[in-house]
Design a binder for this molecule. Structure first.
Ligand code: PMP
Length: 437
């Protein structure tokens, strides 16, 4: 793989030159002494449509697409123009942007949620969703599931549990056991989780799911989600859908629409921000009212009726993010969600063609998808495919979630397929993998 780091000389040099100052965990992801020469992050200073360009002037078909935040393609002109327009008008942080209320109304309509609040990231949205669930139910515990990722909020930041109690178990430095003690971690889809929730209904405030987990997109557990909905509804437990990835991607109404299940609280991020930072908490007034006391009006004796908790953030509902979000929604709405559905079937067809190629050529590799989100399933030595793809001009980040965007047209997808095939063949030629046995 010497060829690869020769291709990425400047990215590698950049990583080395700034390591002393720039503490970046992605520059050490997957560190191994044997392959350390290949451990660096790609540094890109240009992007356009489905492509990113690194500082060595190499072009890559981007399958990372802003970790799934870019649905129209990089540097999409209507989004760019919206930012430029806001810049010429100037903006303020402090007073509320006239765009924020409008965006809340539009998201509420499209997602069939009653109220909407804005934060800066998916992590923040999850943190707030759990806080209001606890505030409203007046209970303390949270159930979440193995295989999901909900950002970096401490009380969800582990993949391990105590097998006897199911209490989440500390597994990384700095996330201490005491902060995990109110979180229960279960196998996604397990009967055990349903039994536990019923049995502990008086202490459980929320059940949090990534309805289709980005790390396991082929698991789309309709009946389990229906059961969770039933059990939570019966027992005054907030059912939270984390739709930071699936929201505004699988369809305009996200997984709620896809599975025809209404959650109590839904979190969004990524796509809706149009490339700028955003986190959204939406859902039933019963829960969202815990942010501001609920609806009241001037000119009569109405007043906030609900005791509120506290949330805040310097950059929440930043005018630039409100503008790009409104534009994103406007474009997606214009097609009534058709653009997203087309992208889903384009992705499924791409995955089917690739899987046929893998099977016909006895490559022990496959691709699974949920709409336009997909992942390669690669055993052992096949993991070298990622470096080979990078060498052949395909960029996939270290977390390996891949996304197609509306900028990945037929021609680009055909080129992508050729690059994937070539990468597999080269791995065989280089003696890294055998196809059969
Ligand atoms: N929830 C899900 C399902 C996610 O995939 C992510 C991020 N990939 C988050 C929450 C956290 O979002 P952010 O990175 O914006 O904090």
């Amino acid at each position: 793989m010497k060829k690869l780091y020769l291709k990425n000389t400047h990215s590698k040099k950049h990583t080395q030159d700034y390591r002393k100052y720039f503490a970046l965990n992605r520059s050490v992801a997957g560190f191994n002494l044997k392959t350390k020469e290949l451990i660096y992050t790609l540094v890109c200073d240009k992007s356009d449509g489905a492509f990113v360009y690194d500082i060595d002037k190499n072009e890559y078909i981007d399958l990372t697409m802003g970790f799934g935040s870019i649905i129209f393609g990089h540097n999409h002109i209507p989004i760019r123009k919206e930012i430029e327009l806001q810049l010429t008008k100037s903006w303020s942080v402090g007073p509320i942007s006239p765009l924020a209320g409008k965006l809340a109304e539009k998201i509420s309509t499209v997602t069939k949620t009653e109220r909407v609040a804005f934060f800066n990231s998916g992590t923040e949205a999850i943190m707030v969703a759990l806080r209001i669930a606890k505030a409203v139910t007046k209970k303390k515990k949270v159930v979440f599931f193995k295989g999901s990722y909900h950002g970096t909020f401490d009380s969800l930041l582990t993949l391990k549990n105590n097998p006897e109690t199911n209490i989440a178990k500390e597994s990384i430095p700095g996330v201490t056991q005491s902060i995990l003690n109110e979180s229960y971690l279960f196998e996604y889809g397990s009967e055990e989780s349903l039994t536990f929730i019923k049995k502990n209904k008086d202490t459980i405030a929320a059940v949090l799911v990534e309805p289709v987990q980005s790390r396991n997109p082929s698991i789309q557990p309709l009946s389990y989600l229906q059961e969770l909905r039933f059990v939570t509804e019966e027992n005054d437990i907030a059912f939270i859908f984390d739709e930071v990835i699936t929201g505004f991607r699988i369809g305009l109404g996200g997984c709620q629409e896809y599975f025809n299940i209404r959650a109590d609280i839904v979190t969004y991020g990524k796509v809706i921000g149009g490339g700028l930072p955003i986190g959204v908490v939406a859902g039933k007034s019963k829960f969202l009212d815990a942010l501001d006391g609920g609806f009241w009006q001037y000119g009569d004796d109405s007043s906030p009726m609900v005791k509120s908790t506290f949330v805040a953030g310097t950059f929440c509902h930043h005018p630039l993010a409100m503008a790009t979000s409104l534009k994103t929604l406007e474009i997606l709405n214009l097609s009534n969600g058709k653009l997203l559905h087309q992208l889903n079937s384009v992705t499924t067809n791409f995955c089917t063609r690739m899987n046929t190629f893998f099977t016909e050529n006895s490559f022990k590799i496959s691709i699974i998808n949920f709409g336009s989100l997909f992942r390669f399933i690669v055993p052992g030595r096949y993991k070298k495919i990622y470096s080979q793809l990078l060498l052949n001009g395909v960029y996939i980040w270290e977390g390996r979630n891949c996304f197609l965007s509306l900028a990945h047209n037929e021609e680009i997808i055909a080129a992508l397929e050729e690059k994937i095939k070539l990468s597999c063949i080269q791995l065989v030629e280089n003696g890294i993998i055998k196809t059969k046995n």
